[in-house]
Design a protein around this ligand. Structure first.
Ligand SMILES: C[S@@+](CC[C@H](N)C(=O)[O-])C[C@H]1O[C@@H](n2cnc3c(N)ncnc32)[C@H](O)[C@@H]1O
Length: 271
């Protein structure tokens, strides 16, 4: 299967090079709890090197002599360990203060907690997921990061219409088959059938995402998959099937370009 996937990537990106695909560890400073300059000063004191990621608002690459997942600063929620491309999809949603936002596949909450940060804990974020243990992680992350504007529900997001709410913004960070940078032996674990099955579910989720979005509202569809069936094909399906579905921006993150994981983001507006 590896050859099959690599050939596909080379067709989409002529200079694709799996050997050059390095993911740099990144964190996001949580301005709900601390000012960036103050956290950077504290991290430098502990010999942790941080470098501003030029295409993000609060994102930094880091190099640390020990794990950053259990420092006092981490436990107090001063930062979230969040890969760079994942931060971009929350930024592209551009949530404003006091808006009503739906995060359809939210756990463990990397993006939910970032949306809350961007909204300065105002308005309401409804966060859905179907995995109990992942929802627990989401609850803990909200608590650690000082997030207070999130309502969590264990609910299949395909039925989000039951909520009877029209949202200003919707984030669909869809369940997907992942990518070779973040999962060992990915090439040998995935089949085209899995990918097509995910694609069908993603379209169902996208249909609901669009239907609960208010007119003039914004929807971000993202995946950590590089497979076209889960990315462009899903969005093209939306364009063909859903009235008023306008694609404003579409971006693929190839690991070799910006040292992110493989990622896809589309920004959609409802006319
Ligand atoms: C890519 S992960 C989400 C990551 C999350 N947005 C973040 O940034 O931390 C996809 C999530 O979708 C959830 N999921 C799968 N099917 C779902 C469905 N039908 N409705 C809601 N959530 C679903 C999975 O449990 C998983 O937590």
């Amino acid at each position: 299967m590896k050859e099959f996937f690599l050939r596909r990537y080379q067709k989409m990106k002529l200079d694709f090079d799996v050997e050059q695909s390095e993911v740099k560890p990144a964190l996001r400073i949580n301005t709900l709890k601390i000012k960036p300059a103050e956290l950077i000063r504290r991290l430098h004191k502990e010999k942790i090197k941080v470098t501003r990621i030029p295409f993000l608002k609060y994102g930094y690459w880091y190099e640390a002599p020990f794990s950053l997942g259990s420092t006092p600063e981490y436990l107090q929620g001063y930062y979230y360990l969040q890969e760079a491309a994942s931060q971009v999809s929350a930024e592209y949603l551009d949530p404003q203060k006091n808006e009503t936002v739906l995060d359809m596949a939210a756990a463990p909450g990397s993006k939910t907690t970032y949306l809350a940060q961007l909204m300065e804990n105002t308005g309401t974020i409804i966060a859905l997921d179907i995995a109990d243990w992942r929802l627990n992680a989401l609850r803990n992350n909200c608590e650690r990061m000082g997030v207070t504007n999130v309502l969590l529900y264990n609910k299949d997001a395909r039925y989000a219409e039951d909520l009877n709410i029209e949202f200003d913004k919707v984030l669909l960070d869809a369940p997907c088959s992942g990518n070779f940078c973040i999962e060992e032996d990915w090439f040998n674990k995935r089949t085209l059938e899995d990918i097509q099955q995910n694609s069908r579910k993603q379209k169902e989720l996208l249909r609901t995402a669009f239907s609960v979005l208010k007119k003039g509202g914004r929807l971000v569809y993202s995946t950590c998959s590089l497979e076209p069936e889960e990315d462009e094909e899903v969005v093209n399906w939306g364009r063909a099937e859903l009235e008023g579905f306008i694609v404003k921006k579409e971006e693929r993150f190839w690991p070799q370009d910006k040292q992110t994981q493989g990622f896809y983001i589309s920004v959609i507006e409802k006319k």
